[in-house]
Design a protein. Structure first.
Length: 452
């Protein structure tokens, strides 16, 4: 089956696009919202000495700080009002998904339909404010204790600085949460994903400039530069291929009586199971869990004072075998864990039985659930291997070839996935516009014939 990108390229008609006023409004609104977000990443938090903070960040940067800074488009490194970006909302959404899967009350609320989902979304917003408040307060306290040879990062420490920092950063996170919802409703695609995508893409020119500068200095020859470019293109193509890959389980529906003695024909359909059902959640969880203790050790200075903690910090540095082993293991664990949450074989088997569907050669009910679980476990193993390969590839490139940016990994997965989703949204809006045009023409033609 052709993807939305291939269909859009094949059926590209710029005349139709120019007439799709609703689509153009959505695109312009999305671009305007992203521009507002990018402007906000340059508005600093009050009371911070930018030069001192930049010096401190360059000394203590790494681990989870670099990951958050990548997602925020450099806002954390500049310590702006969007320093936390949309990450508290994502964390709250993930926790609510886990809670919904484990709590019967939340599960029943989810099954109530639109009203239930609205309540769960409201709980997610409240939880986002709580998480953002806790993280902002911890960030304010940490900033007060940070100093470099140039002085203290905070100009005037105290209660007023902490209160203003918490209010400013929490307000920035709430604004981004609202902006993402507005993009989803009035723009194109998932607003939260587009905000993260914009932050990642914003750092791409600087990363490419660093590579070109290394080439100018002679650290990379032209052949190595071309090989690196070819590898980037190959990895992107590989990600697109795997993200589109599905295991289609054949499902048959028997003949049914539809009323007035009429019988519907037997139908054959399929149940698509994605090869990478868990998406980018496993790398994000694995990175957070692995980098958090190291970041705490680096900030407190315990990792550089010798002894067991210092050795532990060195073994879990980028490119070290222990780090790669633990990172890959956590990705595999979270891939299976999150897949088990988002896809329930028992519920899908019950749904098929309810509508009369069955897998050929498999009895409905428990046998179907066991079969779906059997298939899902094996394709999840392939999907977890794919995630491990994509996420460990940049570690190898950094450790052995000194590539100055994360080639691949979570950032590339998000960038490619969001691009595919956005193109699919544009394609669906174009198709809807064409259908509306056909309906209007049919009504106009019928009106003319009626007058005759």
């Amino acid at each position: 089956m052709a993807s939305a990108i291939e269909q859009l390229a094949k059926n590209a008609n710029w005349g139709v696009f120019s007439k799709a006023t609703e689509l153009k409004k959505r695109i312009l609104f999305t671009l305007g919202a992203i521009l507002v977000y990018r402007l906000g990443t340059y508005i600093p938090v009050p009371g911070i000495d930018p030069s001192v903070w930049e010096d401190i960040y360059n000394q203590k940067g790494g681990g989870i700080l670099d990951m958050f800074n990548m997602f925020s488009g450099g806002a954390l490194q500049r310590m702006t009002i969007f320093a936390l970006n949309i990450m508290p909302y994502i964390s709250a959404s993930i926790i609510m998904q886990l809670a919904t899967a484990m709590s019967p009350k939340l599960e029943a609320l989810k099954k109530e339909g639109e009203s239930g989902r609205t309540k769960i979304n409201q709980f997610t917003r409240y939880f986002t404010v709580l998480l953002a408040g806790i993280q902002a307060y911890g960030l304010a306290v940490g900033l007060e204790s940070m100093q470099s040879s140039m002085g203290s990062a905070v100009i005037d420490p105290g209660f007023f600085f902490r209160a203003s920092t918490v209010i400013t950063i929490v307000g920035g996170t709430i604004f981004l949460m609202w902006l993402g919802e507005q993009i989803t409703q009035r723009g194109i695609g998932n607003g939260i994903s587009l905000i993260i995508f914009a932050g990642i893409v914003a750092g791409l020119p600087r990363a490419l400039g660093s590579v070109l500068e290394l080439g100018r200095q002679g650290q990379f020859n032209p052949i190595e530069m071309l090989a690196l470019a070819a590898m980037v293109v190959g990895v992107i193509a590989f990600i697109v291929f795997i993200e589109r890959a599905q295991r289609r389980v054949v499902v048959q529906y028997p003949k049914r009586q539809t009323g007035a003695g009429q019988m519907s024909m037997a139908q054959q359909n399929h149940l698509p199971l994605k090869l990478n059902t868990s998406g980018v959640i496993p790398p994000i969880f694995a990175s957070s869990l692995l980098f958090l203790p190291l970041t705490i050790l680096n900030f407190t200075g315990a990792g550089g004072q010798g002894g067991i903690l210092s050795q532990f910090t060195a073994l879990l540095a980028h490119g070290q075998p222990l780090y790669m082993f633990m990172y890959g293991g956590l990705i595999v664990f979270f891939a299976f864990f999150y897949t088990a949450i988002v896809f329930n074989p028992q519920e899908n088997a019950e749904m098929l039985r309810k509508y009369g569907g069955f897998v050929p050669g498999i009895r409905p009910g428990k046998n179907t659930a066991d079969y779906l679980d059997y298939v899902l476990t094996r394709i999840t193993l392939l999907g977890a291997g794919y995630l491990v390969f994509i996420c460990l590839l940049p570690e190898i490139m950094i450790a052995h070839y000194s590539i100055p940016f994360y080639f691949g990994g979570t950032s590339l997965l998000i960038a490619v996935s969001v691009t595919m989703d956005t193109v699919a949204q544009v394609h669906s809006h174009l198709i809807a516009h064409q259908y509306e045009g056909l309906i209007k023409k049919a009504k106009l033609k019928g009106t003319r014939e009626g007058r005759r």
